[in-house]
Design a protein around this ligand. Structure first.
Ligand code: UD1
Length: 418
């Protein structure tokens, strides 16, 4: 087991470059299945989810290697359409392979995917999208068999703008003759990154970032070299680290335009933020002020992946704030641990009410998912004494050595392996 030991009370100060986005890199890796030619993703973060996706691709027959920050993927030798059970259960993003694998083999078999335990996370919308493209789906003994022999371009309308279902439909449609239109598509910026990557490979996709995406089928895609977009959630977490310690931070390579909802809330809490191109500076007051309400929504609303970090900020802010989680049904699982550190959080269903306290105290706590684990580290940085965050391997799923990044900024966070 990995644990982070956090000594509280140190102010964050310094400059860091934002890593490439986990949520961009994973679908891009899946999209590499759409071509036989080599794909290189540059400056890719060294995180566990990326390694798991590389393992799944290797089991399918791809050659995957890492050289420094670059990941090279060659899918010319891909031979299997069956997504491996154990590995797929490790990361939910394995479901992104469904669209590309179907596009390639016209068949695919998957198990229900895994990932963070933050809600039911069904895959009905993924399957609905594929059915609109002519895929026949049957279930047997926990396996989902997809028959794509009659795949054709089509019109998809999502009842809810699911990020993964939108990306899957896009990837399934790229090589189908004719035009596919996705209505009520998710608008997250990582979807636009996927579109631009597919177009760099010779695809013809437009509209991503908006509600309607159009995919004109092409005969084949070629290889590409691509720098995935920066990680708005990693950037937001580092901003939160500065905010909770009354510190200041300069982020370079920051996706400022995609972070408006987050910067607006941090400004409401009293942080001074200035943006210039891809450079973002944040200066926090000694004690934050509580915002009145934060509601998570699909993009461009407040991102659910930053919700729990904001919950941690509220714990020591002045005043009382309300957080409403609209995207996932089970995302307040860290409130109990934060309360053990001295916070006053009351949760009921999708709502949490936080009464800010002047101080938190170090405690031994446990990460239950990726973002929640990071939030416990943040709380530990503000707390008096030492906090031990167990199951830090969950934090490693999405942050490239968070302890090193925070230490570089003046925090005292060390890793202990037991
Ligand atoms: C992606 C992100 C994740 C983020 C989430 C919401 C990646 C790799 N992961 O996850 O970090 O938290 O977007 O911004 O990009 N749903 C259904 N049926 C489906 C699919 C989803 O009901 O078939 C529900 C989910 O249970 C959830 C909501 O829709 O309540 C949002 O899920 P979705 O947008 O699909 O998130 P992911 O793509 O899994």
């Amino acid at each position: 087991m990995e644990s982070f030991i956090v000594e509280g009370g140190r102010r964050i100060e310094g400059t860091l470059r934002v890593d490439s986005a986990k949520n961009a890199v994973l679908p891009l890796m899946a999209a590499s299945v759409l071509t036989d030619e080599p794909v290189t993703l540059t400056a890719a973060p060294d995180i566990a989810d990326v390694r798991s996706m590389a393992d799944i691709l290797s089991v399918l027959g791809a050659e995957v290697s890492r050289q420094g920050g670059d990941i090279h993927i060659v899918c010319g030798g891909l031979r299997s359409w069956e997504l491996p059970d154990g590995l797929s259960k490790q990361i939910r993003s394995s479901i992104f392979l469904l669209g590309p694998v179907l596009s390639r083999f016209r068949r695919a078999t998957v198990t229900f995917p895994g990932g963070c335990e933050i809600g039911l996370r069904p895959i009905d919308l993924h399957l609905t999208g594929l059915k609109c493209l002519g895929v026949e789906i049957s279930e047997e003994g926990g396996l989902i068999h997809c028959d794509g022999r009659n795949m054709r371009a089509g019109e998809i309308h999502f009842d809810y703008p699911s990020v993964g279902a939108t990306e899957n439909a896009m990837m399934a449609a790229v090589l189908l003759e004719g035009e596919t239109v996705i209505h009520n598509a998710a608008r997250e910026p990582e979807i636009a990154d996927l579109q631009n990557f597919i177009n760099a490979m010779g695809g013809c996709v437009s509209g991503a970032g908006g509600q309607t995406i159009r995919i004109r089928g092409v005969k084949r895609l070629r290889g590409a070299r691509w720098k995935p977009m920066p990680d708005r959630i990693a950037a937001g977490t580092l901003m939160a680290a500065a905010a909770i310690t009354g510190g200041e931070i300069i982020l370079t390579d920051a996706p400022c335009g995609d972070m408006v909802a987050v910067t607006a809330k941090m400004r409401e809490m009293g942080c001074r933020i200035c943006e210039e191109g891809d450079r973002l500076c944040l200066k926090a007051p000694e004690r934050l002020k509580a915002f009145s309400v934060l509601q998570t929504q699909p993009h461009p609303g407040f991102p659910t992946d930053m919700q729990v970090q904001m919950l941690a900020l509220l714990c020591t802010a002045e005043g009382t704030g309300v957080v409403v989680e609209n995207v996932f049904e089970n995302r307040f699982t860290h409130a109990g641990d934060l309360n053990r550190m001295g916070a006053h959080i009351l949760c009921s269903g999708r709502t949490a009410v936080v009464q800010g306290m002047p101080r938190l105290y170090g405690a031994r706590v446990t990460a239950r998912d990726l973002r929640g684990g990071a939030a416990l580290v943040l709380a530990g940085m503000r707390a008096e004494g030492v906090t031990q965050v167990d199951r830090a391997e969950l934090i490693d799923r999405g942050y490239d050595h968070l302890e090193r990044q925070l230490t570089a900024l003046g925090a005292n966070v060390i890793r202990r392996t037991t």
